[in-house]
Ligand binder design. Structure first.
Ligand code: SF4
Length: 467
């Protein structure tokens, strides 16, 4: 992978930066004599010139360079401040700007050369947009550090709150099954329920996607509430692409008030993946900040601002993981960060490569991560070799080995072969230690998903959603 900086450049820049931070208090008398406003203005001009030239700095006003291997994360296509998204291509390119390498892969590489390589694993708070364009150096001189949103990673539900059925299923030790449905382009709730009812009694929870692929549908919070009111156990998905932190916290409160007990925090695909590429991508938060905030709302009973809630949302919190894209070894670090931020269950991207997953799970087990969260691996049937190629080329983060596509091409019945591959994958996953279950995906294909659950022998458990 091509880096922005060579090793010696990273080390030299870090020494320069550390030297400046050590000497910074010496500038304090000058700052005091000029006054905060004037000195801030001059410093911002100098900072913009120096850091702009050296690091392609975007002057976010809350510099993370020393935590991100001297690579500015504000050059990330989604402005992520806590690690890579799952859309990195097999050749390490950015999902949003394929002409450049993923900023976060360069950041991990740079961080490994820093005096403290673990600093990149710290949870960073969401960006304070009021600081945009201001001088971070003024903060260093005044010895003010970024305030981290302090939330303990203690996941025991608060005393008065009971675990929901999906959480209980994860804790039961049985092999858990979840399935994903996309809400309808309809205001008639029966259009949603007809599809969800196909899965009744077969799954432990139903994920409701949040404008998947950046295409608009009925809102995930509303659809999840309809499912909850009709005896299903929905997982409300919330993607950072479309809403800012105020709207996302409001949705959490609304969904919880309507009986939704599970939430999956996602960053979201690039808006240009959908049918309204003109839309403004928001990405005010990243999935880790969102998890951290939802975690704080539940366990501390307060919004991100610190304002107290009258009653807390009782949520089983989840996040996604993609073990099938670069940088493979750093994906585990990203997973650990999500758990520290509050993730209790994980649902992965589609798994078509057991070998890659085995390597990932080996690392997961060796770090004890499988004991800290419930890992459900994403699976789904491929309807043809053409669909498989389309997924690889058009859906960011989907990895399908050439051998799987060949097998489909050589089969006289692609659809049946896709189902067979899916069932074989499920059987293989059941043998891998640390995997608690599967997460089935298949666009508007609920009947096929239901058949796969039955044929895999997973339809037996009496702890599934009520039949
Ligand atoms: S691939 Fe994702 S994490 Fe990497 S730079 Fe692009 S948007 Fe950011």
């Amino acid at each position: 992978m091509k880096s922005y900086q060579s090793k010696w450049q990273t080390r030299a820049l870090q020494s320069l930066y550390d030297g400046f931070c050590r000497m910074a208090p010496l500038f304090k008398p000058v700052i005091n004599s000029l006054g905060a406003q004037r000195s801030g203005k001059y410093l911002a001009m100098v900072e913009r010139c120096v850091k702009g030239t050296l690091f392609d700095c975007q002057m976010c006003g809350e510099c993370l360079l020393s935590s991100t291997g001297m690579v500015c994360p504000m050059n990330c296509g989604k402005k992520l401040r806590n690690g890579p998204c799952g859309g990195v291509s097999d050749d390490c390119r950015c999902e949003v700007q394929p002409e450049m390498y993923c900023v976060w892969l360069n950041a991990y590489e740079g961080a490994s050369l820093m005096t403290d390589p673990t600093v990149i694993t710290r949870i960073q708070p969401p960006l304070d947009h009021t600081k945009q364009g201001s001088a971070t150096w003024l903060k260093i001189i005044n010895n003010e550090s970024n305030k981290l949103h302090s939330v303990s990673n203690h996941h025991t539900p608060v005393a008065e709150q009971e675990s929901g059925s999906f959480e209980l299923a994860c804790l039961s030790g049985n092999f858990v099954v979840t399935a994903e449905i996309s809400p309808p382009d309809s205001v008639d709730s029966r259009d949603l329920l007809r599809r969800a009812d196909i899965l009744r009694g077969l799954v432990n929870a139903i994920n409701v996607t949040d404008n998947a692929g950046a295409n608009c549908h009925m809102s995930s919070a509303a659809a999840a509430a309809i499912l909850a009111a009709n005896g299903h156990s929905p997982v409300f998905q919330s993607a950072c692409r479309d809403r800012n932190r105020i709207a996302m916290q409001a949705d959490i409160m609304g969904a919880a008030a309507l009986g939704v007990r599970n939430m999956l925090c996602l960053t979201g695909d690039d808006v240009r993946a959908g049918d309204q590429p003109q839309a403004k991508p928001v990405f005010d938060l990243d999935s880790i900040s969102l998890l951290n905030i939802a975690h704080g709302m539940r366990d501390k009973g307060e919004y991100a601002s610190g304002r107290a809630l009258m009653s807390r949302p009782n949520l089983f919190l989840g996040a996604s993981a993609n073990p099938f894209v670069p940088s493979y070894e750093k994906r585990v670090l990203n997973l650990e960060k999500k758990i520290a931020a509050g993730a209790q269950f994980i649902q992965t991207q589609y798994c078509f490569d057991i070998e890659l997953l085995e390597k990932f799970m080996h690392e997961v087990r060796s770090r004890g991560i499988d004991r800290q969260c419930h890992i459900l691996v994403g699976v789904g049937p491929l309807s043809s070799a053409r669909t498989a190629k389309w997924l690889v080329n058009k859906v960011p983060g989907v990895h399908i080995p050439a051998s799987v596509i060949r097998r489909l091409e050589q089969s006289p019945d692609h659809k049946l072969e896709g189902i067979r591959i899916c069932i074989e994958t499920i059987q293989a996953l059941r043998e891998i230690k640390g995997i608690k279950g599967i997460h089935l995906m298949g666009h508007k294909n609920e009947h096929v998903l239901a058949d796969i659950i039955r044929e895999s022998g997973l339809a037996y458990s009496d702890n599934k959603e009520a039949a």
